[in-house]
Ligand binder design. Structure first.
Ligand code: NI
Ligand code: MN
Length: 224
């Protein structure tokens, strides 16, 4: 089997096992580096790590166009439900929900979460089990040593880790994060999108882990 991994820019991904697809943090409109428009994307699920605009992005439009289920914090799911999204899977740190392709587990992240001034619950990371393997999207977060424990429990094969500094870890701290998580492949995210963030991934050099830099719009067929 292979997992199709499309990087949408900033922290956004579309993951597909060939039958089902999940989109994470689809910030497309207003994203200066995005190559996709919301209408280009098909998905069964839209999952959010937290409510900030550079993650929430086009969630409402994508969910409506695809009749997709929104996965996220209780507060985010309530919010999208008020905007007309009926299919929601709310959760919180420590929980796991079943999906058509596998499961999604909610993990902690050290950050904040609001949207247009409203509280959007805990910021989180997501463990996405799809195509028989687990993809860890850490969300926006600082470094924490329980990444090691989460890795022991969920055994992620691929990890997407923010390296852009200022709002998240920088490349050096993200290197430590990757070495805690020990995936086969680490994908740097949350950089280069805007001037305030790091402009390259040169400081992200975890030892013994393959670093895969994906350009916005690029799709990588991963068969590990
Ligand atoms: Ni954020
Ligand atoms: Mn962010």
């Amino acid at each position: 089997m292979s997992l199709s991994i499309t990087f949408l820019g900033q922290s956004g991904f579309r993951l597909s096992d060939g039958t089902h697809a999940i989109v994470i943090d689809p910030f497309l409109s207003g994203n200066p580096v995005a190559k996709h428009k919301p209408g280009d994307i098909t998905c069964d699920y839209v999952a959010l790590t937290h409510g900030h605009q550079d993650h929430f992005g086009d969630t409402i439009e994508l969910a409506k166009a695809n009749n997709a289920t929104v996965i996220g914090s209780f507060e985010i799911c309530n919010y999208v439900n008020e905007k007309g999204i009926e299919k929601i899977e709310p959760g919180n740190v420590g929980g796991t929900i079943k999906t058509s392709f596998g499961w999604v587990a909610f993990t902690q992240a050290f950050h904040s979460s609001s949207f247009q001034g409203a509280y959007m619950g805990m910021p989180m990371g997501l463990m996405v089990n799809i195509d028989g393997r687990t993809f860890y999207h850490t969300g926006d977060t600082g470094l924490f040593s329980d990444m090691k424990l989460l890795s022991e429990i969920y055994k992620p094969e691929i990890a997407a880790i923010p390296i852009g500094d200022r709002f998240t870890m920088d490349g050096a701290l993200a290197t430590r994060a990757a070495e805690f998580i020990k995936p086969k492949v680490a994908i740097p995210i949350h950089y280069k999108t805007m001037d305030l963030l790091a402009q390259d991934a040169s400081a992200f050099r975890p030892s013994g882990i393959t670093v895969k830099e994906l350009q916005p719009g690029e799709t990588w067929e991963y068969s590990g």
